[in-house]
Design a protein around this ligand. Structure first.
Ligand SMILES: *Cc1c(COP(=O)(O)O)cnc(C)c1O
Ligand SMILES: [Zn+2]
Length: 563
């Protein structure tokens, strides 16, 4: 087996060669080991090699537990983009939010990293059969890579996994075993089956290839962050000191068992050891409220999480009731580094975040990934994440078929083609049918703001879910003219503007009986004095703070004022 790394036991410290199918420490029997590399040498040699390599997980091959990566097994794993969330950042008043878009992996979730490394290691070791238990995405990822590698795969899935995901697993030629019970029970059944038949079992967070696959996320986002913002500034006294890469301030990810963040934190730790970065980011580990054993334990300052027997969430992907030692390790590492937090959000908050990201950033994700974004919103609004901080949120997986309750009513309009008219005059028939799609007289809204980005954001929010006729004015004087001319049903008004400010606009409109009754929502970045608040009183319906309202809140206000 490969000599470029060794396995170190987390319990007795024993160091020795690693064999993929002997899963225990030879000295004490612990299943918890970590891979160690020659980081003293790699710290200097690897940065010289990286620029010449493709942007995928194998660019870090000296730091992965595979001797010689086989390009023929690859599906293009890793190298996913880091996307600046401009609109979300504007709404939250937090301009440096970046999305690590793991939807763009070969099977549309971050589990591809774990599967690619594990299957490569199994293939190298001549292993031809594998058992996995999963809440869906692990099985999909392993099935795809196993198919390429000619490895037979057995997938134990809880019956809660959506049928569409189950069928995808089967499509790859995997034998699906549906277990009626919880995810933790499915894991037990899988373990028993694997032991009986002496087949390799994927043991998730205790498996070196899994953790090593996940850690590549840390390396990638660090390289990407540095490309965007440059290396950290050098000290003028000693410009030879300093690190070549910039780490983010926060790293957020939704968790079930917690293997993802455990791997990512190992990546950051290695980079810190190699002096590539000067600190490890704070970790935001987000669970869904109906299954949040880690969050309970964290709040009670406990080292061991109490398992949840029956998870209560619609988000099956995140239904690990017993995180086992993963929680304990994650907590230890977070406390030793820069800290962070375990936080939970409701199913409802996750669905809303998922819908928001699709409408406002063009990113459609599965509810399990929405959990991380709901956590982001919660932490920013609670002041835990500060406005200037650089935040990376892992968008862990792509949309599964959208449940009806997420969209609400009226998301589609039907076009019925009149058969007779179509025969006589196809074009007129088509126009007649289409005229019904947009016959309503839409409510008219004036958006008044001198900042073009803010106007664009508000326009986007209004158009994302509803139909309005929109007008824009870029200063107070234009606004007064516009309102007199177009007579909107509602005005969304900024306060600080050149020429005539928002207060001036309100005065002018109040003094004219024709415009005095039009409802006004003030959206402002200004900290108002009590005198100013008094001035607004009675003249506006709603006051919203820029950088501190979400699209749904604005939409709800607009709808209620329009009646
Ligand atoms: C597996 C999964 C998670 C949870 O990851 P863990 O690291 O196993 O806790 C989150 N989101 C998606 C999309 C997943 O597939
Ligand atoms: Zn040991």
């Amino acid at each position: 087996m490969s000599a470029h790394f060794i396995a170190e036991c987390l319990d007795c410290g024993h160091k020795g060669p690693y064999l993929i199918n002997s899963i225990q420490c030879p000295q004490c029997g612990s299943a918890w080991r970590e891979a160690r590399y020659d980081t003293a040498t790699l710290a200097h040699s690897l940065p010289l090699l990286l620029p010449g390599r493709p942007f995928d997980i194998w660019r870090y091959r000296e730091l992965l537990p595979v001797r010689s990566p086989n390009p023929e097994l690859s599906l293009g794993e890793g190298g996913t983009p880091l996307i600046h969330a401009v609109n979300l950042g504007m709404m939250l008043g937090c301009p440096n939010i970046y999305i690590k878009d793991e939807r763009q992996g070969p099977t549309t979730s971050f589990k591809d990293r774990q599967a690619a490394v594990t299957i490569a290691a199994l293939k190298e070791a001549g292993i031809t059969e594998l058992v996995v238990a999963s809440t869906g995405n692990v099985s999909i990822a392993y099935s795809a890579y196993a198919a390429r590698a000619g490895i037979k795969c057995w997938a134990f899935l809880t019956s809660l996994v959506p049928a569409t995901k189950m069928r995808e697993v089967a499509l790859y030629g995997t034998q699906v075993i549906k277990v009626t019970g919880s995810y933790d029970q499915a894991k037990q059944v899988a373990a028993t089956f694997a032991k009986q038949r002496n087949i390799y079992l994927d043991i998730g967070a205790r498996s070196i290839p899994c953790i090593e696959g996940m850690k590549t996320i840390a390396y990638e986002v660090t390289e990407q962050m540095t490309a965007l913002v440059g290396p950290p500034p050098r000290s003028p006294e000693d410009p030879t000191q300093g690190t070549p890469y910039t780490a983010p301030d926060w790293y957020l990810q939704s968790v079930s068992g917690g293997m993802g963040p455990l791997g990512v934190i190992k990546g950051f730790t290695e980079m810190l050891d190699m002096h590539w970065i000067d600190r490890i980011p704070k970790f935001g580990v987000i669970q869904v409220e109906g299954c949040s054993p880690m969050v309970h334990a964290w709040r009670q300052n406990k080292e061991v999480a109490t398992p949840i027997q029956s998870p209560n969430t619609l988000i099956a992907t995140l239904a690990t009731g017993d995180p086992g030692r993963t929680y304990t390790l994650l907590r230890q590492k977070m406390l030793k580094n820069s800290g962070g937090i375990f936080e939970s959000v409701t199913d409802e908050e996750a669905f809303r975040a998922m819908h928001l990201l699709a409408k406002m950033e063009g990113i459609s994700m599965e509810p399990a990934a929405g959990v991380a974004f709901a956590g982001l919103i919660k932490l920013v609004r609670a002041g835990v994440i500060k406005p200037h901080e650089r935040v990376i949120v892992n968008c862990t997986g792509h949309t599964t078929p959208i449940e009806r309750n997420i969209l609400g009513e009226g998301w589609a309009r039907n076009v019925v083609l009149p058969t007779q008219a179509m025969e006589e005059s196809p074009e007129e028939g088509l126009l007649a049918a289409l005229s019904r799609v947009a016959v309503d007289r839409f409510p008219r809204i004036a958006i008044v703001d001198d900042n073009a980005d803010v106007r664009r954001l508000i326009r986007r929010i209004l158009q994302s879910q509803g139909n309005f006729t929109l007008f824009e004015a870029t200063n107070g004087r234009e606004a007064i003219e516009l309102v007199r001319r177009e007579m909107p049903n509602l005005i969304i008004l900024d306060l600080m503007m050149p020429e005539v400010d928002g207060f001036g606009v309100l005065d002018a409109l109040q003094n004219d009986p024709a415009t005095a009754e039009i409802p006004v929502i003030v959206v402002t970045a200004k900290e108002l004095t009590s005198a100013e608040k008094q001035r607004l009183k009675g003249h506006i319906q709603t006051l919203m703070q820029k950088g501190d309202f979400m699209s749904d809140e604005l939409l709800d206000e607009v709808r209620s004022l329009l009646g």
